[in-house]
Design a protein around this ligand. Structure first.
Ligand SMILES: *Cc1c(COP(=O)(O)O)cnc(C)c1O
Length: 338
């Protein structure tokens, strides 16, 4: 038994998901003729109270397409310093859009409306034009912390007041909503664009949907093609997304329960210095000096448990669809023996 705690992206499609993919009707999506992709786009848009959707191969692409549509070269994007769009998309903000980022040090990845408002530049010729605010929910690098509906709403009001666009990087939005119990529509409608991923907690092999107004998505379709994301008969992949929405959202609470249990064990280990609060399916902890993270990861590997370092002395575990109750028992046993 190999246990993989590196990421919730390591899941393999289930038999039932593969079955759904096998029978999906398909067509050429660049001509907008793939019925399964259209169904996934419409289903996701309706769920989040948006007009239209666009299926993309990755969450990086949905985020980057959104940034490209919302900004012009030289514009500024406001995000938290730990944001995926800034840290883990290969410098895409500048590479793809010629835009720059203004980073905010939020509370475990969550910016406040006041911080956002203070970061928006006045409209002087010599100042960078603030064009977009992006929030990440859950916030990955900050330990899977969740924004409340109220926090997201307050930022949306600041954006509207200053004529700035508002984007949600919702790679793990269903994890957040599992905890906050907020309504998908109530959240989705706050934003000018929303990125939803199916390849993280939802267990699909690939795929994300970008949501927005009809006009926004019309422009986004063109940018997706320019970025090389027109995928033809990709309905087989969209079918996995539809299956995931229907079958893998409810069960996220199991991943969260397991993450909390692991977190409780980890917080009591003698070689652990600190642990970020466990709010969803991500566990980030710092090892004490006598336990270098490389050695810790090696000791786990010897027991067939895969994990990755997340900065100096820090380790991240992520629970997911392929991390079972039995695996949790084994992991706890191994952690206690180290
Ligand atoms: C994984 C992730 C993405 C998208 O990543 P892809 O691997 O390109 O699908 C975007 N934002 C966050 C917060 C993520 O964790």
């Amino acid at each position: 038994m190999t246990i993989d705690l590196r990421s919730d992206t390591v899941t393999r499609p289930t038999k039932a998901m593969l079955e759904a993919m096998l029978h999906a009707p398909v067509g050429d999506d660049v001509f907008n003729e793939d019925p399964t992709i259209i169904a996934l786009e419409e289903k996701t848009a309706a769920l989040f109270g948006q007009e239209a959707g666009l299926f993309c191969p990755s969450g990086t692409m949905t985020n980057q397409v959104a940034i490209k549509v919302h900004t012009q070269p030289g514009d500024e994007v406001i995000c938290d310093a730990s944001a995926h769009i800034y840290n883990y998309e290969g410098g895409g903000i500048s590479f793809n859009s010629g835009a720059q980022a203004k980073l905010i040090n939020g509370d475990r990845g969550r910016m406040s409306a006041q911080q956002v408002e203070e970061s928006i530049n006045p409209a002087f010729d010599w100042l960078t034009r603030t064009r977009l605010v992006s929030v990440e929910n859950t916030a990955n690098r900050a330990g899977g912390s969740c924004y409340s509906l109220q926090q997201m709403k307050e930022i949306s009001e600041v954006c509207r007041k200053h004529g700035v666009k508002y984007h949600l990087d919702g790679a793990r939005i269903f994890n957040a909503l599992t905890e906050t119990k907020d309504d998908t529509r109530a959240v989705g409608m706050l934003f000018d664009s929303v990125s939803v991923c199916f390849s993280k907690g939802l267990g699909a092999p690939t795929g994300s949907v970008l949501l927005g107004s009809k006009e926004f998505i019309r422009q986004a379709r063109r940018v997706r093609k320019v970025f090389g994301g027109g995928m033809r008969q990709a309905g087989i992949l969209a079918a996995a997304g539809i299956y995931a929405l229907d079958n893998h959202v409810e069960r996220l609470k199991d991943d969260h329960r397991r993450a909390k249990t692991l977190g409780e064990t980890i917080s009591r280990l003698p070689y652990v210095e600190s642990l970020l609060p466990v709010e969803s399916n991500i566990i980030i902890f710092t090892l004490s000096e006598k336990m270098p993270s490389e050695r810790f990861i090696q000791l786990l590997a010897e027991q067939h448990i895969k994990a990755v370092g997340f900065g100096k002395q820090t380790v991240r575990f992520v629970t997911h669809l392929d991390f079972t109750e039995e695996m949790m028992g084994k992991t706890i046993e191994v952690l206690k023996k180290i």
